[in-house]
Design a protein. Sequence first.
Length: 323
Amino acid sequence: MLDISIVVPLFNEEESLPELVDWIERVCNEHGYSYEVIMVDDGSTDDSWHVVEKLSAQYDQVRGIRFQRNYGKSAALNEGFKAAVGNVIITMDADLQDSPDEIPELYRMITVDGFDLVSGWKKVRYDNAVTKNLPSKLYNGVNRWVSGIKLHDMNCGLKSYKRKVVKSIEVYGEMHRFIPVLAQWAGFRKIGEKVVVHRPRKYGTSKFGWERFINGFLDLLSIQFISRFGKKPMHFFGLWGTVAFLAGFFITIWLVVEKLFFEGNLSNKPAFYLALTTMIIGTQFFLTGFIAELVSRSAADRNNYLIEQRLGWDEKLPIEENQ
């Protein structure tokens, strides 16, 4: 088994890849690590894949996975995790803003200090203070409050993991922002943090967009729900469905009593429609909500991605058999 698997998701980063691989090789050779670099091309439209092909031919340690189209960072990480064979898995972005010089300490914190997961903290950032830094602080503050995991920068791409962690979680949608939450949910409680260097972007442009924060908040709610009720959805949907139905039921009883004893009119009162609505909502919530959640969670094609090419593995064998 290799010491380290370095998973690098990338999208249109052709200029930075040669420098990144050279830097990784230099650091790993200096410390005597056996390693592999798994570069996952998430449907790049530039020459990134051709660069990966050249690097794979030049370096025995470089492997490549190419998506047929852009699926997102979560999909890239998930495929990289499945392919990784190292004892410690380290993830980093391809834009050279993450420094490979952090690899030795990230590796040591897993193998010596015994952490299950170590997340980088870009304490000093070179991003725009208004459009990225401030929203990021607010975003991480909400994450800490909701998840209970005290990390300053949960979305940092520079992380290290025990092999068992990445083989025990599934990253889909845009859940890469919440891998520490997924790991904690899977039972890995020893989560650490390391201040890492954040370097100015040298090539290309940022893939940052404001929609990340809206999607991120929704994903956080989703993952919190799944972690608490994924195995027992009836505890949530049944509770609130029952509450809504009983509220409508008791209002109905009150209206019937009023009709019988006080000669009231049922259909011309707002309470009648309130009772009808809450009973219908309660029934639908009870029967439909948790079924839809279970269907989405167990969908067979949730993590199926069209991979056009692979580099660095025996093409006659699936990746799992090469491990």
